[in-house]
Write a protein that binds this ligand. Structure first.
Ligand code: MG
Length: 377
């Protein structure tokens, strides 16, 4: 099947260019943009195959099905990606539902009013932030391309200030985790998944191969007893762990506050935080937040989260799901504003359909292409 046939058009509106709106068109980068002319929205599901079976405290998988979005207008195509996550009641099908809901929105939209349009995307429905993220990424990619500048430049950011990224080691037998650590030799920081009764074995396996590398751990809500959690953290500290991500379930805010009072290393919220509205109540129980554009519903909300968390004195990490270079390169646009980067989702898959940011000396390095800077592989 030809790719253009495979890309199913779900929304198409307009053009009557110039008839009623031509005089309102705005000129930019020698192009004429017609205010009020609609945007064409299409989507495609692609299967992303994992290099290794991916296991965290919650579940296990060999592949992911992500939904890719194209937003077209005036010959410019914005690209977006949704990585639906069962933890947040998302599937490829529910993601497509929210994309379909956006058809009338984009049919009437002026993409240069992307701030209001971004809010309208957030208000399409409750949850389903992966689908909203795909729409917001595609929108911002379109705007950057229309202005012919990289998105980071449009937002006044210097990508050279981005921190090193960590590389994640999923839960497996100690032997396989040691092997994964060997394969992760090019990465300067590791993030090890824990949250099982035998966590210590995982860390020992990784440390046996990487005795001096900075290691962060992520329990993915796997510890449900605060006394056990503090003992685990004390053991981790002795093994040189830098910080712990989401040690306890997100609902256990009081227990996490108790843990934070006793923990010598920072505690970072992941599952407990999705959007800016979640942040104020977390400030007393966590030292920082892990922002993911799939949770926030896109780049614009992620940017709001960064400013809010900074104002509350919290550390900021940008993480990811299992994603292609589209969502990773999109998230990397914001990395000069953060403390910790964890953008390895595209490195965990064997058939990335796109190319964009590249990993150089442990850092996700952006290119100077307009928009988010991705193209099909
Ligand atoms: Mg996490």
């Amino acid at each position: 099947m030809k790719r253009r046939d495979f890309f199913k058009t779900v929304g198409f509106a307009t053009i009557a260019a110039g008839v009623s709106t031509g005089l309102n068109g705005i000129a930019c980068s020698k192009r004429k943009f017609m205010k009020g002319s609609g945007m064409k929205l299409s989507y495609e599901i692609k299967q992303l195959n994992l290099r290794h079976t991916w296991t965290i405290a919650r579940n296990s998988s060999n592949f992911k099905q992500d939904v890719f979005v194209k937003l077209e207008k005036d010959g410019i195509v914005g690209i977006g990606e949704a990585a639906p996550n069962v933890r947040y009641d998302e599937t490829p099908e529910s993601t497509i539902e929210v994309i379909k809901k956006a058809i009338p929105l984009f049919a009437d939209a002026d993409p240069f009013e992307f701030v209001q349009l971004g809010y309208d995307i957030q208000n399409l429905c409750e949850g389903q932030t992966a689908g909203k993220a795909a729409l917001d990424i595609a929108l911002m990619d379109w705007v950057g391309k229309a202005l012919n500048i990289p998105l980071y430049k449009m937002w006044g950011l210097d990508p050279e200030k981005s921190p090193l990224t960590s590389f994640s080691i999923g839960i497996d037998t100690p032997e396989v985790m040691a092997q994964k650590t060997r394969e992760a030799e090019p990465y300067k920081i590791l993030k090890v998944k824990v949250g099982k009764p035998n966590d210590e074995e995982f860390i020992k396996a990784v440390r046996s191969v990487a005795p001096d590398k900075p290691i962060r751990v992520d329990a993915n809500e796997g510890w449900i007893d605060k006394e056990v959690a503090i003992r685990k953290i004390e053991w981790l500290v002795k093994n040189g762990i830098e910080f712990i991500e989401q040690p306890m379930p997100s609902r256990m805010l009081e227990e996490t506050r108790w843990l934070r009072d006793r923990s010598p290393i920072p505690i970072i919220a992941d599952e407990a935080v999705k959007s800016a509205a979640d942040i104020p109540k977390l400030a007393e129980a966590y030292d920082g937040i892990n922002i993911k554009i799939m949770k926030s519903g896109g780049l614009q909300e992620a940017l709001r989260m960064i400013w809010l968390a900074k104002s509350l004195g919290m550390k900021i990490m940008i993480g990811c799901m299992i994603e292609s270079s589209v969502a990773i390169t999109a998230a990397a646009q914001l990395c000069s504003l953060i403390d910790y980067a964890d953008l390895d989702g595209n490195l965990l898959i064997s058939n990335d359909p796109f190319v964009g940011a590249t990993l150089i000396d442990g850092r996700v390095v952006l290119n100077d292409q307009p928009g988010i800077g991705v193209k099909e592989a």
